[in-house]
Each structure stands twice: as structure tokens, then as C-alpha cells.
Design a protein around this ligand. Structure first.
Ligand code: AMP
Ligand code: GLY
Length: 451
């Protein structure tokens, strides 16, 4: 089979790496990919923009692509999935209308209200004066969110009224985020522990993936500005089997049923960002219409099953016939970022230490295309994999090319061992201005659970 993965980040590197291991995969293309997908055995980069539906369709026809998988939210919200399907191609990714669950916070909140899905109380405003008056009435702490896509930067968790007012002024007054911030959602701040709960959906059928936890703040101790994610691990020990059942019953099932009832049947990955309250109640912070980044990297490290088969089953409406098997081990990924991220950062710094024997990696590893990591593991071999996010290859060297540069991911018997393995590998990688959090996994470690 010929597969086309759309996107350029760490999530897409992990998808391509895993899909290429499927015995059914003959050729795996990534549009446009990065320096890591370029070096990945069995994976080819194609220089196409993720939102250029016409060019993607032309390429997919030429190469007789059997399945397209869209990684990021921007093409999904822009309707690239609809365009591919209308051109007769098979695509694992929701329609533009269904992707509004991520593309409009106001749509998502109203949807949850209509379907009784637990979430923070909220109001939506287009008018600056009215928004400010509302803030003055309810006070802080409070959360101000740009309605549209803002690359993870459109959410301000304000501890003071002044911060909240400044966020409203920036979005509705000064036009920060442009059209995406021309409407804001103001909601109550929720307390508790965050969990990423990702499922594969095909109409009414749902296949939950392994649970995970992300670290969104830039600095250790979960301080500093919000980022796209500085590291993640799987499983999330807070999610007991009982809590998982509750999340399925109270969040996922009503979401999927609600989508169908509104004429928006869903195909693809659906991510519920949840806050688990002190009393164990799950509430939705946000929906994403895609896999998380960097959650995907540790999650796919743990997946034993054939990911291509799962995606095909979803796109053929036979998700209930397949199951996802997970390694017993934990996995943890540490994001190495460029100085300045999530603000402005330099690009083009050479990266050293990428090719080290022992990675579950292309050139350095013993395998090649189709290498099953379990073979490496059973022979005491590789436990780590360096997924590239913002990198490019200039013909000689791999250079930094984004804010989040790499996600160094490792398996271990528990979160602590996975962290030790990932950090040992990260220490051997260098580029000017590199930084990473040293405390990824701290919540799981505090719990002291074995996995
Ligand atoms: P979102 O893009 O809506 O997930 O928001 C990004 C991050 O802001 C979340 O991962 C949370 O850490 C935080 N956040 C969003 N909404 C709330 C809320 N209602 N209460 C507390 N924290 C929130
Ligand atoms: N890591 C959070 C996200 O993918 O939205």
C-alpha cells in the first residue's frame, strides 16, 4: 500500500516511523516531512504544503495513494480532508465541520453545553466592553481563550483581573491573533490534573489509545508560558480503569453521539484534553481533532499493533474488529527546543549527536524499514528513538528549523526508567541554544506508581 502522511512535526515523524513498520506498507510519503522523516527507512519526503489540497490530490493520484493521514489541525480545519475525499481518495481525518471542535472554542463549548458534556462554565464575547464588564463582575482566576486556532498561544490562564483584562484587550482590542482572536471565550479556571485522552473514531465506533500526559508550560515546575508541549509520557497513572470507563461514558460517548446527531460523523483521531478534579470528575478543557504532539511520540512507542491496520479499519468502518495492543512498559518523550521558544528563535543551527548506535533509529540501528522495535528490545537493544520536529537536512548536516526541534523518546519499565533513558540520550545531543525541561514525568513519579 502507498500511504501519504501530511504534516512536518514530531507527531508526523512518529506516524511515519510506525506506519513504515506495517507489513502492508510499501511506500510511505510525508508532505513535507522534516530532517528525521527524510532519514527514516521506508519513508520519503515530498515537498508539498499541508494546506495545498490541489497539489496533495495531484500527488496522491499520481502515486496511487491508498490512504492519507492528516497530522496537524490547520489542514483539517481548512477542509483538506473533505477535498481529498471529494477527489475519491481515502483519508483518515475529520471533515472541516467536525474539526470545528478544535477550530472554534465557542463551537466546542456550545456543543458540550448541548450534549451535557462536563466542562467549565463560560461566556463568549465579540465585544471588548462587554467582555471587560463580565471580567470585572466575575473576577480572577479566570481563563481567556481566542476562539480560533492560535498555535497553542491563544489561551491565557489569568491569576489576576489585570492579566485577564490585558488578554481581552490584546485579543478584542489590538487584534492579536487576527480573526482567530476576534471572538473570545471566557471560562472558569478548573483545578486538578490534566490528562490527554485520545481515541480513534469511525462514526459510532471508538478505539481508545493509551493514556498520556503532556507538559504544556515551558519551564520546570510547570511554570512559564504555555507551549505546544515540552514533553509527554504514557500511560498516565492517574487514569485507573474505573476513571477510563467514566471518561468514555461521560465524555467520549456523548461527544461521538453528539457529532452524529448533528450530522457530523467523525473519522479520525479525537483528543479530549481533560482536567481531572480532586474528586475524580473529568471535565473537558479542549478538544483537538487530531493526535497530540508530543503525546503521539510516547504513545506510538508503546503501540505493538499495526497502526496502518488500525487506520484502515477506521476508514472502512470496521474499528470494532480490531484492537490496540500496548507494551507493558512506559514511554516518555523530552522535547529539545530552541532558545527563545515559544517566542522568536533562531533556525539553522547544526545538530550533533543524532546518530548513536543503540537508537531504534534508521541509520544507526541494526534494522531498516520494517524494523520491529520489539526485536530490538528482546535482544536488549534499542530503547530510545529521537523523533525530529523542527529539523531539516541541508545535504550534509541536520539543522534546527523550528521552535520544538526534537522529541527524545524512550521506553522503560516505569516512567522513572523511561525518563532516565530519555535524558541519557538527550544529553548526547547538542545544538546552539538547545534547552529542555529536566522534570518531564514529575507527576507520575510523585505518585510513585510502577507504570
Ligand atoms: P486549551 O488550548 O484550551 O487546552 O488550553 C491550553 C492549556 O490551558 C490547557 O492545557 C490547560 O493547561 C490550560 N487551561 C485551559 N482551559 C483551562 C481551564 N478552564 N482551567 C484551567 N486551565 C485551563
Ligand atoms: N500537546 C498538546 C497538543 O497536541 O495539543
Amino acid at each position: 500500500m502507498h500511504i501519504l502522511i501530511i504534516g512536518a512535526g514530531g507527531r508526523e515523524h512518529a506516524l511515519a516511523w510506525k506506519i513504515a513498520q506495517s507489513p502492508q506498507a510499501e511506500r510511505v510519503f510525508v508532505a513535507p516531512g522534516n530532517g528525521g522523516t527524510l532519514a527514516e527507512p521506508g519513508v520519503e519526503n515530498v515537498d508539498l504544503e499541508p494546506t495545498d489540497a490541489e497539489a496533495l490530490i495531484r500527488f496522491a493520484r499520481e502515486q496511487q495513494i491508498d490512504l492519507c493521514i492528516i497530522g496537524p489541525e490547520t489542514p483539517l480545519v481548512a477542509g483538506v480532508s473533505d477535498a481529498l475525499v471529494a477527489a475519491g481518495l481515502r483519508c483518515c481525518g475529520p471533515t472541516r465541520q467536525a474539526a470545528r471542535l478544535e477550530g472554534s472554542k465557542d463551537f466546542a463549548k456550545a456543543f458540550m453545553r448541548r450534549h451535557g458534556i462536563p466542562t467549565a462554565a463560560y461566556r463568549t464575547f465579540d465585544d471588548r466592553e462587554q467582555a471587560l464588564a463580565y471580567l470585572d463582575r466575575i473576577g480572577a482566576p479566570v481563563v481567556v481563550k481566542a476562539d480560533g486556532l492560535a498555535a497553542g498561544k491563544g489561551v491565557v490562564v489569568a491569576e489576576t483581573l489585570a492579566e485577564a483584562r490585558a488578554a481581552v484587550e490584546a485579543m478584542l482590542g489590538q487584534g492579536q491573533f487576527g480573526a482567530a482572536g476576534a471572538r473570545v471565550v471566557i471560562e472558569d479556571k478548573l483545578l486538578g490534573e490534566e490528562v490527554s485522552f485520545i481515541v480513534l473514531v469511525s462514526g459510532e465506533q471508538v478505539l481508545p489509545l493509551a493514556t498520556s500526559q503532556d507538559h504544556k508550560a515551558r519551564d520546570e515546575g510547570d511554570r512559564g508560558p504555555n507551549t505546544g508541549g515540552m514533553g509527554a509520557y504514557s500511560p498516565a497513572p492517574i487514569v485507573t480503569p474505573e476513571l477510563q470507563q467514566r471518561i468514555m461514558r461521560e465524555v467520549i460517548e456523548p461527544t461521538v453521539a453528539g457529532l452524529r446527531a448533528e450530522g457530523l460523523p467523525y473519522l479520525g483521531f479525537l483528543y479530549a484534553g481533560l482536567m481531572i478534579g480532586a474528586d475524580g470528575t473529568p471535565r473537558v478543557l479542549e478538544y483537538n481533532c487530531r493526535l497530540g504532539d508530543p503525546e503521539t511520540q510516547p504513545i506510538l512507542m508503546r503501540l505493538e499493533s499495526d497502526l496502518l491496520e488500525l487506520c484502515l479499519a477506521a476508514s472502512e468502518g470496521r474499528l470494532t474488529e480490531v484492537e490496540a495492543r500496548w507494551r507493558d512498559q512506559a514511554a516518555l518523550g523530552v522535547v529539545m527546543a530552541a532558545a527563545g521558544y515559544p517566542g522568536a528563535y533562531a533556525k539553522g543551527q547544526p545538530i550533533s549527536g543524532l546518530e548513536t548506535a543503540g537508537d531504534s533509529d534508521s541509520k544507526a540501528g541494526t534494522g531498516g524499514a520494517g524494523t520491529d522495535m520489539s526485536t530490538d528490545l528482546s535482544t536488549g537493544g534499542s530503547k530510545t528513538k529521537v523523533f525530529h520536529a523542527g529539523t531539516r537536512y541541508d545535504g550534509e548536516r541536520t539543522l534546527t528549523d523550528g521552535g520544538r526541534v526534537l522529541c527524545v523518546t524512550a521506553l522503560g519499565a516505569d516512567v522513572g526508567e523511561a525518563a532516565a533513558n530519555a535524558y541519557a540520550r538527550a544529553e548526547r545531543i547538542r545544538f546552539d541554544g538547545a534547552f529542555y525541561r529536566r522534570d518531564i514525568g514529575h507527576r507520575a513519579l510523585k505518585r510513585g506508581t510502577s507504570r
